[in-house]
Design a protein around this ligand. Structure first.
Ligand SMILES: Nc1ncnc2c1ncn2[C@@H]1O[C@H](COP(=O)(O)OP(=O)(O)OP(=O)(O)O)[C@@H](O)[C@H]1O
Ligand SMILES: [Mg+2]
Length: 281
């Protein structure tokens, strides 16, 4: 048998099970509002995956479904499955999801305002029973965010927006997550702080080997930071691919990255976009 024939009959390369997989996910609020409509996504271990979309597209809803916090919002998964390492986790309670290594840093930098920085971080480590591990995670957070060390005994409510975002990220890291889910970490921050946060997210994902699922409205940040990107519109994925390729997509350039290609008015640009967006349902 020739080399070619051997190659032709060889088994295909093994397909890696994604760390996180959403299959045909549907989420409904108040039993009527269909916010997520048949979304399928894969997040490979060790990568940064971005979910990009405009206001109301359903980004936060997808994250809430993954971390199982929809009930408090009167929402529920009405179809589809969420798998971690191939195991369905759709029906697990929020605390079990955390114990499985998924850590969700919600939008709006939710920290305990009346607790100090240190107390916030210690409280976040609620699943860790090994005290030495808690101390070593605290040290790690201080290394990533030296600024927090100077504010260690100060109340979180008095921190600036950027400092609170650092604390929220630090809280996420305390749990030694396998998957860190970040909901708009750049929202409302000054450019210099956005740069700082994105630098740290990149370092964390590389050095701590944490897989990251990042939700962003800011396409530049999402595409710069991620390896793979999904674009969500009206609860549906309308485009996905390697972030470097998505960044070259003309529609993305015009409508998410703010570049214009010969159109002098917004109105003309929108018509052009509508003609071109064959990838939308
Ligand atoms: N608790 C809720 N009850 C009812 N509808 C909701 C609730 N939360 C979100 N929605 C609706 O679901 C849709 C998706 O909202 P979601 O917050 O997921 O969007 P998003 O992409 O995160 O938007 P943004 O960029 O503004 O944060 C919207 O139409 C929103 O009005
Ligand atoms: Mg949101």
């Amino acid at each position: 048998m020739s080399q070619t024939e051997v190659g032709a009959t060889a088994a295909p390369a093994t397909v890696r099970t994604p760390l996180l997989e959403l299959k045909n996910l549907e989420v409904t609020y108040n039993q009527v509002v269909l916010a997520v409509r048949g979304v399928s996504m894969e997040v490979q271990e060790g990568t940064v995956c971005a979910l990009l979309g405009a206001n109301g597209a359903g980004k936060t809803t997808i994250l809430r479904a993954i971390s199982s916090v929809l009930t408090s919002q009167d929402g529920e998964v009405t179809d589809g499955t969420i798998c971690l390492d191939g195991d369905p986790i759709t029906d697990l309670a929020a605390d079990k999801i955390v114990r499985r290594g998924i850590c969700h840093v919600p939008e709006g930098r939710q920290v305990f305002r009346d607790l100090t920085v240190e107390e916030n971080l210690r409280a976040a480590a609620f699943t860790l029973t090994d005290r030495r591990k808690v101390e070593s995670r605290l040290e790690m957070v201080q290394e990533y965010f030296p600024k927090l060390t100077t504010l260690w005994k100060g109340k979180a409510g008095y921190l600036s927006g950027g400092e609170q975002q650092m604390l929220a990220l630090g809280r996420g890291l305390m749990l030694d997550p396998r998957l860190l889910i970040l909901d708009e970490p750049s929202l409302g921050l000054a450019p210099v702080m956005v740069d700082e946060i994105t630098r740290i997210v990149t370092e964390v994902s590389r050095q701590e080997r944490v897989t990251v699922l990042l939700v962003e409205q800011n396409a530049q940040i999402a595409l710069d930071l991620s390896d793979y990107c999904y674009v969500l519109e009206n609860g549906r994925i309308v485009l996905d691919g390697r972030s470097s390729e998505i960044a070259e997509n003309q529609d993305i350039k015009e409508f998410y990255l703010g570049a214009s290609e010969g159109s002098s008015t917004n109105y003309a640009a929108i018509k052009h976009y509508r003609r071109r967006k064959r990838w939308m349902s």
